[in-house]
Write a protein that binds this ligand. Structure first.
Ligand code: PBG
Length: 327
């Protein structure tokens, strides 16, 4: 009789660690930070326990907290003091993200990445200029090319403020090329673009939309974000972004789309990022509050699975808690 194969031999504590195929480190993680120009004190975000919107004055202190855990990069989101039709506070020199970026970049060693989008800045909450405003108009759509002109301005204003990388999240066609050109023309050829290349129209963004006050006032984002049913389309989106000069390719959300992370990893050489979104964070918190799941363990397992699928970078609201654990 043949001896039985014994993979269990390598599973005892010390050996198990030696043979582990994937490791999570604090340097893989990016912590999202919300800066809010409408408040002068920190406000907790109910749907995302442990996270807050902080006033501009507190942005450096907030980022220092992140750095203390060992996480070195932050992704900034802004809540402007006012919103309008076209989201003009998104590219203002004294806008919330620009102010916070300037401070953080000059006073800390953090790597500052900025979200380039309009939904937090438009009164209607859509990621661009609207074609038609009637809430019940089935033709409601965001005008692609007009929106590109605004995205160029936002990206350049972030670079001017000191952003080390910009991350367009609006899913407009041609956005990476437009931003690349604008950055190059403004002498920011060295500022890379992390494109939200495959961003799905996902119900897992719910808590974020509360946090950043960016829910569409009417309609939905189906006509610009991707259909969760599609994977070949994701490859096409990524290919287009690569052609236009994307430096890092992001998939969002992460856990329900690990197949997409893997597909991109296999097809492309660029670094792959995955965004472990607000809903993925909120559901583990909710279950652990009920005593049904262990928060740290499930968070760690989730992030490890994202790495295993092929992500090099992970944006996650768990960044600080997990980094503490890894240290
Ligand atoms: C858009 C943007 C969104 C998220 C990041 N950037 C929201 C959306 O598309 O509705 C979601 C992040 C999350 O859920 O954690 N600027």
């Amino acid at each position: 009789m043949n001896p039985i194969e014994r993979p269990r031999r390598l599973r005892r504590d010390g050996l198990r660690k030696l043979v582990s195929e994937n490791q999570l480190t604090a340097s893989d993680l990016i912590a999202p930070v919300f800066v809010d120009a409408t408040t002068d004190e920190r406000v907790g975000i109910e749907t995302m326990p442990g996270h807050e919107r902080v006033p501009i004055e507190e942005s450096v202190a907030r980022v220092e907290e992140v750095l203390e855990t060992g996480v070195e990069a932050v992704m900034l989101f802004g809540i402007p003091e006012s919103k309008d039709e076209r989201g003009s506070r998104a590219w203002a020199e004294d806008g919330v993200v620009q102010e916070a970026t300037r401070r953080i970049a000059s006073e800390t060693n953090a790597t500052v990445i900025t979200d380039v989008c309009l939904c937090e800045y438009t009164e209607h909450g859509h990621c661009g200029v609207l074609e038609n405003e009637a809430a019940d108009d089935p033709r409601l759509t965001v005008k692609n090319d007009e929106t590109l002109d605004l995205l160029r301005k936002i990206a350049v204003s972030h670079a001017e403020a000191g952003a080390e990388m910009v991350a367009p999240s609006g899913m407009m066609d041609g956005m990476v090329g437009a931003i690349r050109e604008a950055l190059d023309d403004a002498d920011y050829a060295d500022v890379p673009i992390m494109s939200y290349a495959a961003k799905y129209e996902s119900a897992f963004y719910g808590p974020f939309r509360d946090a950043a006050d960016g829910a569409p006032a009417f309609g939905n984002r189906r006509h610009y974000q991707m259909d969760p049913a599609n994977s070949r389309e994701a490859m096409r989106e990524v290919e287009l972004d690569v052609e236009q000069g994307a430096d890092v390719l992001m998939v969002k959300p992460a856990l329900p789309y690990l197949d997409i992370v893997r597909d991109i990893r296999e097809e492309f050489d660029q670094p792959v990022a995955a965004y472990n979104v607000s809903g993925e964070y909120a559901m583990l918190h909710a279950a652990s509050e009920k005593g049904w799941l262990d928060l740290q363990e499930t968070a760690l397992e989730s992030l490890l699975s994202i790495k295993r699928a092929g992500a090099d970078l992970i944006l996650t609201y768990f960044a600080e808690d997990i980094a503490d654990e890894l240290a």
